[in-house]
Design a protein around this ligand. Structure first.
Ligand code: FES
Length: 342
């Protein structure tokens, strides 16, 4: 049975069909609900059920707490609709009208960037371009019905190829495939763009970018987009990895040399041979050492969930307004899971 959903405050309505969750129904109808992992883990899709019934499904308690449930909130990516609904959610105008498409994509190049990261460039069919916002991601649609999600590392103005940074993950079936079998000219199926992690360019606030590992991929997209569009807000890029060999791009150094931003590399476990003179420790703690009051900033955080969620909580404790914290946590909850590339 299908149900009608009314969205406040926009008063849009759409229909959820049997077998769809609330987020799927919204996206199929072009209603721009916010979302990230689609897995009940990140909390980005949270909204309030003002009237009607949903089954909240399965989710991480970190993403939806008891107090929030008592206040009527739900994760719309996990919510099964049980009646007509009225919901309240902050729609994301910028993703409205960007179609989510399924396309074949040919592997243009595979380049080993360091000991555990491959840079893969995909070419779409002739005359096809993927419309997306800097920071969004795509899914690979695998033959067995599973998906693997990767952030797009190029920016929309430079869209001849789709660039992905794929990290080798222990027992990660897809990353194993990429590292051991994938060849140029292979055809893969993709779906996208997805997610509501993107550059908010209406904000006047300085930008702090926090990347962990291959969380650098969407950060690269955001920075290239900001530079292309001449956004002149101060930008600070923090990239945290374990040891020196985990850095796989010198682009941030180049950006800093051009005075486009300030770059702070951070090692959590430097090796003796690194001879590291720079910052050490957890990347979010490094940011807090430099910015103990974050009330006037926008923060974009991307990488492993522990880094993103710990950082987000700590930043909010240091004055960051939660609406000004944008995050993309690389979850590993999909079956066989390599969700994105932390
Ligand atoms: S929890 Fe729903 S999109 Fe992440």
């Amino acid at each position: 049975m299908s149900y009608t959903v009314t969205v406040r405050p926009s008063n849009r309505t759409f229909t959820v069909e049997p077998g769809e969750n609330l987020l799927q129904g919204a996206l199929r109808n072009g209603v721009p609900f916010p979302y990230g992992c689609r897995d009940g883990a990140c909390g980005t899709c949270k909204g309030k059920v003002l009237a009607g019934q949903v089954d909240r499904g399965q989710y991480s308690p970190r993403a939806l707490g008891a107090a929030e449930i008592n206040a009527g909130q739900a994760l719309f990516c996990q919510s099964q609709v049980l009646s007509d609904l009225v919901v309240e959610v902050a729609e994301v105008g910028a993703i409205a009208g960007i179609p989510i498409r399924r396309l074949p994509a040919k592997v243009e190049s595979i380049t080993r960037a360091n000991h555990d990261v491959m840079v893969v460039k995909l070419r779409l069919p002739a005359n096809q371009r993927l419309q997306f916002l800097a920071g969004q991601y795509i899914d690979f649609l695998l033959k067995n019905g599973e998906r693997r999600s990767y952030s797009i590392a190029n920016s929309p103005h430079n869209d001849e190829f789709i660039e992905l940074h794929i990290r080798k993950i222990a027992a990660g079936t897809f990353s194993d495939y990429v590292f051991n079998e994938l060849k140029e000219k292979a055809i893969l199926r993709i779906e996208g763009p997805h997610g509501s992690f993107f550059l908010r360019d209406a904000s006047p606030r300085p930008i702090i970018l926090m990347a962990g590992g291959t969380g650098f991929a969407p950060v690269k997209s955001l920075v290239e987009e900001a530079l292309y569009r001449g956004i002149d807000r101060p930008m600070y890029c923090y990239w945290g990895v374990r040891s020196r060999r985990d850095f796989y791009s010198d682009l941030p150094v180049q950006w800093a040399q051009r005075n486009a931003l300030q770059f702070v590399p951070v090692l959590s476990d430097p090796l003796p041979e690194d001879h590291w003179q720079g910052r050490t420790g957890l990347v979010h703690e490094t940011i807090l050492e430099d910015f103990p009051d974050l009330s006037g900033y926008d923060v974009y955080a991307c990488g492993a969930p522990a880094m993103v969620y710990t950082g987000r909580d700590a930043f909010i404790n240091h004055g960051l307004i939660s609406e000004n914290c944008f995050s993309d946590a690389f979850e590993f909850q999909h079956p066989g899971g390599d969700k994105t590339s932390a």
